[in-house]
Ligand binder design. Structure first.
Ligand code: ADP
Ligand code: ZN
Length: 733
């Protein structure tokens, strides 16, 4: 029996018989097959062979067609995908399908390399001499090939139908020869496009870098945490370890949070490494994805740099896996499909391939810190570079004690002026795009609401729109209150308004803004980065997009305008996120020779969280915050799974979760909490709710899920709601 995973919401692969005349070994694990499923046919992947089936053999249908003689998915990649489906309790066929480019899911050839035949010199001479006189088919093919540079199988097919025997005969006589060519488009590549002085030359390493590189280079499987502030030289360590892995003939997989935001990292890899590199992200076209996939599998590409889904790139024989900014939330798939964490899957992949994995961060995730404490991961600390300016001075600005203009306190404005006068640049961070988060009628109190969500609409002034940042709804920006007709007024600040305020204060100074609105086009993002690098723009306003990846050497002042948002959020991870954001943004200040200054605006200057962060830095803050997590048995001290549901009706999601809870097998060590409505219950016209599962240990939680999910699937209420399970959720929302 062959077990085939098909792209369907089925928890297990389906059982089939080999096609007539075949045995199981003609259908290797990881090969694609075409199978009947119900009344349709589907392409699936052979996930296992089994001696028998739970169904009577007479009921099994045979596989219709074997698409790959060799496995499409190498054994190591197949077992990684099976592990992922199992750990995240996601239908295995969907996990496999999501890892394949569409073309391969539809049955395209595994390889982009195809055979091509062409005439040899001997063949040309034979043709001249009128040979072969008595084999008209051979002569015909020879003549046809003589008229072109070469032909691939498909072309000969179209012209000659059954031609294999003829080609064999001509090859045997030495009249034609075969080579292989790449048919598909080239894979997506990068060039060293950005003028970064660091590109090209390797600096002499400092002691911490030496120690890190030696440790990583000597290791087989081991998870390393490369812990150092921005500019401490982590990327340099990645580069040198990567080159050593390449020198040993192995491949290198590099994960980054967002390709568009890390052009400098990508450019440095492509400038420094002596191997073909492919980039890999959700913005690739299907053709590019297919080309990258094939190139990685065939070994034409030896380095893959990509975002989350690149963790499943079919890179042949990886010898090093790197996860840059490992704490970044974008590594976790949070909606649609299997909700995996690419960081965690990367560690498993390294384990399965017996290779080192490097998790780099200035602000490691709490899970990662816990794994260091438990001895599972090994920390490699990187101190500031000796030639680097001292750490920036960080100070709080008490919003209650100072006048503010458009959300910017006077000491911050004064600091901007000071740094500009000294010839430097300033970076203003506010975690909210748009002009203002609220549109208010001061007469009747009306607030512009989203029709589909429990949320306010954000004012986007230059586009003259009201936008919902949750469902994407847009309406024209009204001038008067639709309820009472009085004038309406934007309340609060977003990046657009901060930009306007700063323009008012510094009319002569070049200003740039970086957020999802201004970076909609890739060119616009590049242009903004260029303007800041060239000094044309001297103030940069932006969301956390400015905190990632870019190195702006002349920035000496960083101001954080709205830190308070994270201080009182209900999410258990809010404090961790806030500290990470502050440290990341602060890391943009004064990274070269000049000491930087960081100002954090707050209404709560006594808040203990801000103090532990300011006084002791991220590690002290993390120790305090981890103690709180331990007391509350929150992750990383407990394990969570979240069953989320949504429905059009107000009660559908809650009804489903209530029945799901009722059919949960009682399991010692696992607590079920809820169901409750989500914090923002109505989103995009659907009502959201969830049920939380909490456990101290992983094993009982996963045992419960294994027994429970098949029962949930059978519930009649399951058809009236959309639902999804999130193992190790980042947030409970
Ligand atoms: P990170 O990845 O930790 O932010 P990078 O590796 O990008 O740090 O290093 C920051 C800058 O310092 C880069 O311009 C890099 O070329 C340079 N650099 C790295 N290591 C050294 C070193 N040992 N000596 C001098 N400059 C270095
Ligand atoms: Zn909405």
């Amino acid at each position: 029996v062959v077990q085939v995973a098909v792209d369907a919401p089925l928890r297990q692969p389906l059982d089939y018989l080999p096609p007539p005349g075949c045995v199981a070994k003609d259908l290797p694990l990881g090969a694609r097959v075409r199978v009947p499923i119900g009344r349709r046919r589907a392409v699936g992947v052979v996930a296992a062979h089994a001696p028998s089936s739970v169904l009577p053999l007479a009921q099994l249908r045979p596989v219709l067609e074997v698409l790959d003689a060799e496995p499409l998915l190498q054994p190591a990649l197949l077992s990684l995908l099976l592990w992922t489906a199992d750990y995240y309790h996601h239908p295995v066929g969907e996990v496999l399908a999501a890892a394949l480019p569409r073309g391969l899911r539809d049955g395209a050839a595994a390889s982009a390399l195809v055979d091509r035949w062409r005439l040899t010199a001997a063949g040309a001479a034979a043709l001249q001499a009128g040979e072969p006189a008595r084999a008209p088919r051979q002569r015909q093919l020879l003549q046809w090939l003589a008229a072109r540079a070469g032909a691939v199988a498909g072309e000969i097919d179209a012209e000659f139908g059954d031609w294999r025997a003829t080609v064999r005969a001509l090859t045997a006589r030495g009249w034609i020869e075969r080579d292989t060519v790449q048919t598909a488009a080239p894979w997506p590549q990068v060039g060293p496009s950005l003028a970064d002085p660091a590109i090209g030359a390797a600096p002499p390493l400092h002691a911490g870098q030496h120690a890190a590189i030696d440790a990583i280079d000597a290791a087989r499987y081991q998870a390393f945490v490369l812990h150092g502030v921005t500019g401490s030289g982590k990327t340099e360590v990645y580069l040198q370890c990567a080159q050593r892995a390449l020198n040993r003939g192995r491949g290198v997989l590099v994960l980054v949070p967002e390709i568009g935001l890390t052009p400098q990292l990508v450019a440095r890899f492509s400038a420094r490494l002596s191997a073909p590199i492919a980039v890999w992200h959700s913005g690739l076209t299907e053709g590019e994805r297919l080309a990258a996939w094939r190139a990685a599998r065939e070994g034409s590409v030896r380095v893959v740099i990509g975002t989350r889904s690149a963790v499943f790139a079919p890179l042949a024989d990886p010898g090093l896996i790197i996860v840059d900014e490992e704490h970044d939330a974008s590594y976790k798939q949070h909606e649609g499909g299997c909700r995996y964490s690419a960081r965690d899957v990367a560690v498993v992949r390294a384990q399965q391939c017996d290779t080192p994995v490097v998790l780099g961060s200035a602000t490691p995730a709490f899970e990662t810190l816990r794994n260091i404490e438990l001895g599972r991961y090994r920390v490699l600390p990187l101190a500031r570079r000796p030639d680097q300016a001292p750490a920036p001075r960080v100070a709080l600005v008490d919003l209650r004690a100072h006048a503010a203009s458009g959300g910017i306190a006077t000491p911050v404005l004064a600091a901007v002026e000071r740094h500009l006068a000294a010839g430097h640049q300033a970076l203003i961070f506010i975690n909210r795009r748009g002009y203002a988060p609220t549109l208010l009628c001061t007469a009747c109190g009306w607030i512009a609401p989203c029709q589909a969500c429990d949320a306010r609409l954000t004012v986007h002034r230059s586009a003259a729109l009201l936008c919902c940042h949750h469902c994407g709804a847009e309406e024209p920006l009204p001038e008067r209150c639709p309820r009472c007709g009085f004038r309406v007024k934007p309340v609060g600040q977003g990046t657009e308004r901060v930009e306007e305020t700063l323009r008012g204060h510094f009319p002569q100074v070049g200003l740039a803004r970086l957020d999802r609105d201004t970076a909609r086009r890739a060119d616009a993002l590049k242009e903004t980065v260029r303007a800041v690098m060239s000094g044309e723009a001297r103030i940069l306003v932006g969301t956390q997009m400015i905190a990632k990846g870019h190195h702006f050497p002349e920035v000496t002042l960083v101001a954080v305008l709205n830190a308070d948002q994270g201080l009182f959020a209900t999410d258990f991870r809010a404090a961790e996120r806030l500290a990470q954001t502050i440290v990341q943004v602060a890391g943009r200040a004064g990274r070269e020779r000049v000491q930087g200054e960081v100002l954090i605006q707050t209404d709560y200057p006594e808040h203990p969280l801000l103090h532990s962060l300011l006084d002791g830095g991220y590690d002290t803050f993390a120790a305090t915050a981890l103690a709180e997590r331990r007391a509350a048995a929150w992750p990383p001290f407990g394990r969570l799974a979240l069953l989320r549901a949504s429905s059009r009706s107000a009660s559908g999601a809650l009804d489903f979760l209530t029945s799901a809870r009722a059919c949960a097998p009682r399991t010692d060590g696992v607590r079920l909490l809820g169901p409750v409505a989500a914090a923002m219950a109505r989103r995009a016209g659907r009502h959201h709710a969830h049920l939380l599962l909490e456990a101290h240990e992983r094993a009982p939680l996963h045992r419960l899920l294994d027994a429970w999910l098949p029962r949930i699937q059978e519930l009649p209420q399951a058809r009236r709601a959309r639902w999804a399970l999130d193992v190790d959720p980042l947030g409970i929302d």
